[in-house]
Design a protein around this ligand. Sequence first.
Ligand code: ZN
Length: 484
Amino acid sequence: MLEDSNIYVLNTWNKRKKEKEKDQGKITTGSNKLDEESSAKSIESNEPEKQSVSGITLPKRLPDQIRKLRGLLIAKRGSIKRNHKVWTVKGDQNKEYQVKFDKMKGFSCNCPDSEHRITCCKHVYAVEAFEDGSELPPKDELSSKLRELEEQHEEASKFTQNWSAYNTYQCTEKEALYKILDEICEFLPEYQQGNGRPKTPPKDSTFCSVAKVYSMLSGRRFDTDVRYLHEKGYIQSHVHYNTILNCMKSSELESWLQYLIDITGLPFVNVENIFAVDSSGFSTSVTDTWYEHKYQVKKDERIWMKCHIMAGLDSKIITAAKVTQHRVNDNIPFSDLIYRTAERFNIEEISADKAYSSKSNIELIRKLGAEPFIPFKNNLTGKSRGVSEWAEEYRKFVNNKAEFSKHFGNRNKVESVFNMMKSKFGVQLKSRDEQALINEVLCKVLCHNICVLIHEVNENNVELQPMYQYGIMDNKEGGVCASD
Ligand SMILES: [Zn+2]
């Protein structure tokens, strides 16, 4: 059912691309993601981009300016005492904090602001002003400037999330998900109906499987929803719950889901070029009995599934996913994920954690023309043994840890992809069959991608246009999902 008025999206990329280029134009070279975010809400564009405090270069952002002004006010009050290289600063509510100086690390403070965030707190600013000794502006001037900045900051943080849009699309997410799912499932193959019992079309069984996982209901309890889907015209017939359960056990569904995950990634082809790889577990209720030779005993072990993903870090879209049993080494699906992503995306950077640190992985990333950011395991050295990339990477890692960790820090975002997925669609899998477990996780991945699309549409006001207008899917008959 593709009514023109109802057709949803998949044209997010042009607008996002434009925005991204605009952002990049604004940013001077060498600035990191933090600067990028702050310059997006930039209120202080006429100020110098960076400032140097105690030997560390910090991005200059609004909260930092506020801290500095508060520091100046403390210095103006004169509530600082010096004892050798330790300064006692009296902060709010007469609490006292110790600021210390170390030749290597510069200033440090024991207040919560300083300890929990890597930042220069107001007490350090106060000590700097105190030591500098130059004349400070009058107190009134400082307080009025501070008030002004605090108001600006409050205003700016109000707009970080558009709550009314957020509420609206959260309330209508399910319907929006159905519409997108309906549109992309149109690209699945159709069965040639023979003489026997009519088969459920792949579109219907796939649609129901994904919608069932999204609902987190059991097959029988999902039956009411199936009736709704049929009444609304998303599926051709009322699919029996056993049919859905059988579909979940089929390897065909796995290839169809992979295909749909590919499609949902396509709108981001021109936007994403920085990626990260990670894996995370989903628990099951299935136990596996195995024989431990060493102690000659039988052991029961709860199995869990491992989901390996590669995600674009700008939108958090999953560009490739692979589900395995938990004993599978992380390195095995790694090349699969990368090749699958490289088929469609222009990869510039890939970050991953220590588990993926191996010569062959680095070689592979280099071969694709991308830059790897994978930290070295503690027991490894830079001895290349024929792989020059490895030695080069090791040098990069050792010589420039700060620069490295800036890029590597991006990897945290891939962990938030798993957090989003697990908190929304659950971490406990319902299926018992191994293939069904794989499909269930892939359904969650697909649901995540569709929710990312819905988010783009609603929060970034992207215009909705039918996907097939962009000639994405000419290969309906060929390729990944040939029917039997
Ligand atoms: Zn402090």
